[in-house]
Design a protein around this ligand. Sequence first.
Ligand code: TYD
Length: 210
Amino acid sequence: MTGLFLTLEGGDGSGKSTQSALLTEWLVARGETVVHAREPGGTELGLELREIILHRRGYMAPRAEALLYAADRAHNIATVVRPALARGEVVIQDRYLDSSVAYQGAGRVLSMAEVRELSLWATEGLLPHLTVLLDLDPALGRERLDASRTRYDRLEAEAAVFHERVRAAYLELAAAEPERFLVLDAALPVDELQQRIRDRVSALIATLTA
Ligand code: TYD
């Protein structure tokens, strides 16, 4: 196989890291070499950018924020993801360009189309084979975060309307590219979600290796 790029998307508290960890475990047991990546902060440079983006005090212009995410993404794709795909490995990544389109494009009310173009420029046009969208009412996501956190980052701290715009944008993106997206109700039990993801990934691997 010539590499498989899978991404997980969804609002804060939707369970992406739980699902990607379980998926990684399963693929490794099937004999795949898996790279578990993340944005923002999946590289050394990315960790520095993540600290600035999420925790810097004071106002940050929306376009500056979008460019910082794009810089993190450009470096992650060039130094982690593309090399792994070239080696024929599976990359499972928590968040990718759809996060920028939803959070910066819709959340910050920049243009969704322009933010997508920015990410495509940053990554030289790399799109995932499959994107799992864990769709969740932001109020529920917030409850889950409240149960596990005392401190919120700059994006998590945004008002409920911001997170509503993010959710709506994600659903719009999924509707526009139904073959790339698998949309799941993130309120379902963890095991059931994982089973649906595995079924879809199995089918995808079967088509790619046919
Ligand atoms: P993440 O690392 O998923 O959060 P966590 O701290 O729960 O692991 O993402 C941090 C925040 O960054 C999250 O609120 C979503 C936001 N984000 C964007 O706004 N745009 C982007 O392009 C990405 C990748 C993340």
